[in-house]
Design a protein around this ligand. Structure first.
Ligand code: NAG
Ligand code: NAG
Ligand code: NAG
Ligand code: NAG
Ligand code: NAG
Length: 386
């Protein structure tokens, strides 16, 4: 008794699993091939019958409205006067039961339009793709009797050297591994009764893959500030396109404010100026600050050093030529010889005035400012007394 019960249960469980693949009928007749051809002006009538609730998935979601509203084991998709746009693969599937999901039936429909050998959606005529990607040109053949399906440029030139493509009669033409050198206008071509027919024109624009990280530049490698002063660092960056970003790395105690100014400089250059501001620096803000630019090719960064001092300072360092005979800072020279004395001045804020004091009359005094770096706000002064 128990054995019989198990057997019965087993039978009922498997009955729901073993549904057959849905059956498609075209104009009420069961399909013998997986393709049908509808002449322009004739109706498209697809019926799907299953062992459970079924539904249609047309190529375009907007065509779902042609599916009859009734839900059940039979579902009809009917269009009275289909245009070439209805060309495509239609799938009938079970709407319930996960095991039945793969149990589908498909039919490819050609709406034969003598004026349009290919159907191409108008919103895909201008394509922007990245180098290295594949692209399916959605040239849907509307007549299966066409031959020599291929691709050429709109102006009659053959496809560029190195371009490889595959023709899929039901889906279009797949161009492999797009290259910037492929930028052009293309048409799909086919022959019907020996006559060449073309699709609408596709304009393909392949964006070059970036080979280098962005350009990242800081004005100077050191900033000196007194506690409480404002710090503003400008990071200048640019990149061939807008697919990049600028970030900062800092260990400052104060939280900086970051602002960005973006501008496009011509067709192949985008500039981002990122400005880091600390309104009042603190001694603990001393340290490295890096500006980092990232794009698909990698990372570029520039580092600057912020030194925060508690009060203004000035440091003088005598620089004596090694040729001079000297003991400490006392120098011996022979009468009649020239003498050059130099001092390096490091100061923040930068010095506004300097002079030499000598025991004798200062008539032949000469001052040379050898270098003056405004951005670091430090100053190197070499002064000579001859
Ligand atoms: C096209 O195919 C040829 C041969 O397989 C290959 O040498 C060439 O690199 C391919 N072109 C592109 C752009 O991938
Ligand atoms: C057609 O266009 C391509 C790409 O723009 C160009 O290289 C080629 O020279 C043109 N051919 C003719 C015949 O104008
Ligand atoms: C990083 O940016 C600098 C400008 O500061 C630029 O000279 C350099 O070429 C960039 N580095 C790379 C790897 O592109
Ligand atoms: C600061 O930057 C310099 C130069 O890039 C580097 O040598 C040093 O190790 C950095 N210091 C810290 C604490 O990161
Ligand atoms: C910055 O750009 C890179 C490359 O484009 C990207 O991988 C990264 O997620 C971006 N980071 C931010 C914070 O947007």
């Amino acid at each position: 008794m128990l054995a019989l019960l198990t057997l019965l249960l087993g039978l009922t469980a498997s009955a729901s699993v073993e549904w057959r693949r849905p059956v498609i009928k075209f104009n009420s007749k069961e399909l013998t091939r997986s393709e049908v051809v509808v002449r322009l002006g004739a109706p498209l009538d697809l019926r799907c019958e299953g062992d459970g609730p079924v539904n249609w998935r047309p190529r375009l979601p907007k065509h779902r409205r042609y599916v009859s509203k009734l839900r059940g084991n039979v579902q009809t998709l009917r269009v009275d006067r289909p245009t070439a746009e209805f060309t495509g693969t239609y799938v009938c599937y079970y709407t319930s039961g996960s095991q039945q999901r793969e149990l589908t039936a498909t039919v490819h429909v050609y709406i034969r339009d003598p004026n349009r050998i290919f159907w191409a959606s108008s919103n895909l005529l201008r394509v922007v793709k990245k180098e290295g990607e594949d692209f399916m040109l959605p040239c849907l053949l509307t007549d299966p009797s066409a031959t020599d399906i291929g691709l050429r440029m709109d102006n009659g030139t053959t496809v560029p050297p190195g371009m490889n493509y595959t023709v899929y009669k039901h889906r279009g033409i797949l161009i492999h591994n797009l290259q910037p050198s492929f930028n052009a206008d293309y048409v799909c071509t086919a022959r019907v009764n020996g006559v060449e027919k073309t699709s609408r024109t596709f304009s393909i624009n392949v964006i070059q893959k970036l080979r280098f990280p962005p350009y990242v530049f800081l004005d100077t490698d050191e900033y000196i500030r007194i506690v409480g002063e404002e710090l503003k660092i400008r990071c200048t960056t640019h990149n061939p396109n807008f697919n990049y970003n600028v970030t900062w790395k800092y260990a400052t105690k104060s939280k900086p404010i970051i602002e960005e100014r973006v501008k496009s400089s011509g067709e192949n250059r985008l500039d981002i100026q990122s400005i880091l501001t600390i309104s009042a620096v603190d001694l603990a803000d001393t340290g490295n600050i890096s500006c980092i630019g990232t794009n698909e090719a990698g990372v570029n960064s520039t580092t600057t050093y912020l030194l925060v001092v508690d009060k203004p300072y000035i440091r003088l360092q005598p620089q004596l030529s090694p040729k001079l005979a000297h003991r400490g800072l006392s120098v011996e020279v022979n009468e009649g010889e020239d003498l050059e004395l130099s001092v390096v001045v490091e100061a923040y804020p930068h010095i506004t005035e300097h002079k030499w004091v000598t025991p004798t009359t200062p008539t032949s005094q000469r001052k040379n400012i050898n270098s003056y770096d405004t951005t670091t706000d430090t100053m190197q002064v070499c002064s000579s007394k001859e």
